[in-house]
Design a protein around this ligand. Structure first.
Ligand SMILES: [Zn+2]
Length: 153
């Protein structure tokens, strides 16, 4: 635990995503297009965690994720913690939370939905099931999808 904290603090400025479920790590790496960044990136997986059996962590120096990227991360892994590091200090530490609506990030799984036929943005209302997991409800056809199973655009 202490070692991990030291690694986090080794970034002068940047972003740390922590508590990523291990089975979601590489999906998140890919959706954030980390391969296109040229700043130092550290990716760890299958680390011990008290919250999950195993967790992943992503540290990116000199880069800050956009609100849209954070919304996408949230859909895949609603328990992720995002730390913003400036001058070696964690200046912002927050657990991301599901947005109340999602526009254009996710495909509607209903092949008969108007968003599948027309060149228009998808639009979902976000609610939670009894276990607190996110549910996306298509604004146009009403089809519900679990946020963690959503197909990102
Ligand atoms: Zn739909």
């Amino acid at each position: 635990m202490r070692k991990e904290k030291m690694l986090v603090e080794a970034i002068r400025d940047g972003s740390v995503l922590d508590h990523i479920p291990s089975d979601r790590l590489f999906e998140i790496v890919s959706l954030l297009r980390l391969e296109e960044l040229t700043t130092p990136i550290t990716i760890g997986n299958n680390l011990q965690s008290t919250r999950h059996e195993r967790k992943g962590i992503i540290k990116v120096a000199d880069h800050f994720f956009s609100p849209e990227e954070i919304d996408k991360i949230t859909l895949l892994a609603p328990e992720v913690h995002l730390n913003i590091i400036r001058d070696y200090k964690v200046v912002e530490k927050r657990q991301v939370s599901l947005p109340v609506e999602v526009r254009g990030l996710v495909r509607c799984p209903n092949p008969k939905c108007i968003t599948a036929a027309e060149p228009m943005q998808t639009y979902f209302h976000v609610t939670r099931d009894t276990e607190g997991r996110g549910i996306l409800e298509c604004h146009y056809c009403g089809r519900k999808t679990k946020a963690e199973e959503a197909e990102l655009l």
